[in-house]
Ligand binder design. Structure first.
Ligand code: WQD
Length: 340
């Protein structure tokens, strides 16, 4: 029998790509999502790409009884928990929304794993836990910095909740994956990132500007202490990122984990500046982007990129897609969404 994996938030950007990668690797997948920031389109996309009628349940992880019914219905041993709010600015304006949703949903998942005897859990964490890093590249040992937003704080708190849970309860093992900056879309252009309203993140803003949905990209600051003055990030293709989840699930399922709780950075190991990314986007897609330099965005970190040695060695996983390829897939997806 195939190993089954519950994917919470599986209709979201990273969740849907991970569902595809799991199915392609031979897992059975069950998707749950409350559609707070997604819709059935992503589930249909996963079904179309894989040719598998993936089971889907519209469930809010904060509704413990509804979630329990999912645990009763499906015999999965592993859970990948993506379901969470993720807008930094909104979390500052409405912190209780973030603490209530992001913490309760994860605690419910873990309580049910304990109550129903399930074993393996992956948590979607973020490089945001490193704040303005004290060293570059950042390793998993690089100390976390105090969170600068309630969103970032929920990532740190959920990491700690998972660490303590995996330490205390026999049979529960956890991995936190710290994502750097996921970008791009599935090469089929059947799933991708679909931000509602004005995008906060760079690449969706770039693609929407290229599509004419936004008039002009604002580049937030060119006076940073970097070679071209713009901020540096580690942009990772979402399909590569999805592959890291498959490797991490396999590690837990096969009992290859060395501790009950482990952390892995998931990035490429390369830093790219905002200006380099914009220039590459123009070059690979043969277009000109309307952009202007404006002041810094408050809260932005100057530079951050990953040391990926641990994930490379322990998970046997490595990011392989080039930034060029990824920027092409991002643009192909945007064109598909806009009917261009
Ligand atoms: C990347 C770079 C901006 C938009 C945030 C969260 C993180 C994670 C991902 C959520 C920065 C610059 C951006 C624009 C710009 N979580 N930029 N013009 O800030 O690294 O991470 O999103 O899902 O927790 O903090 O990503 O894509 O917002 O920005 O110049 O219109 O692009 O200043 O240097 P970031 P980002």
């Amino acid at each position: 029998m195939k190993e089954q994996v519950l994917v919470s938030g599986g209709a979201g950007y990273i969740g849907s790509h991970t569902a595809v990668a799991l199915i392609e690797a031979g897992y059975d997948v069950v998707i749950i999502d409350n559609f707070s920031n997604s819709d059935m389109g992503a589930v249909e996309g996963v079904r179309k790409i894989t040719g598998v009628e993936v089971p889907f349940e519209q469930v809010d992880c904060c509704d413990k009884e509804a979630l329990r019914a999912v645990f009763k219905k499906y015999p999965f041993k592993s859970v990948i928990h993506f379901a969470a709010y993720k807008a930094v600015g909104e979390s500052v304006a409405d912190p209780l929304k973030y603490y209530s949703n992001n913490l309760n949903s994860f605690v419910n998942i873990l309580e049910l794993m304990k109550e129903e005897g399930r074993n393996n859990v992956l948590f979607s964490s973020s490089a945001t836990v490193y704040g303005e890093p004290v060293e570059l590249p950042v390793t998993e040992q690089t100390p976390r910095q105090p969170a600068t937003s309630p969103y970032g704080n929920t990532k740190q708190m959920c990491e700690d909740i998972l660490r303590d849970t995996a330490a205390a309860y026999e049979g529960i093992k956890g991995i936190a994956l710290r994502y750097f900056n996921p970008i791009g879309a599935h090469p089929s252009a059947l799933i991708g990132e679909l931000p509602r309203g004005v995008p906060n993140n760079l690449v969706p803003f770039i693609t929407q500007t290229a599509a004419g949905v936004r008039e002009c990209l604002s580049i937030f600051g060119d006076d940073y202490n970097t070679p071209d003055g713009t901020c540096i990030r580690d942009y990772i293709d979402v399909v590569d990122l999805a592959g890291a989840h498959v490797a991490a699930i396999a590690r837990l399922v096969e009992g290859k984990n060395k501790e009950s709780y482990e952390i892995f950075n998931v990035g490429t190991g390369n830093g790219t500046s905002v200006m380099e990314l914009v220039t590459a986007f123009e070059r690979v897609n043969e277009l000109k982007l309307n952009y202007k330099i404006v002041g810094r965005r408050s809260g932005d970190v100057e530079s951050v990129w990953a040391d990926t040695a641990l994930a490379n060695d322990e998970l046997g996983w490595k990011a392989v897609r080039s930034t060029d390829e990824t920027l092409q897939s991002a643009w192909a997806w945007e064109k598909k969404v806009r009917g261009l």
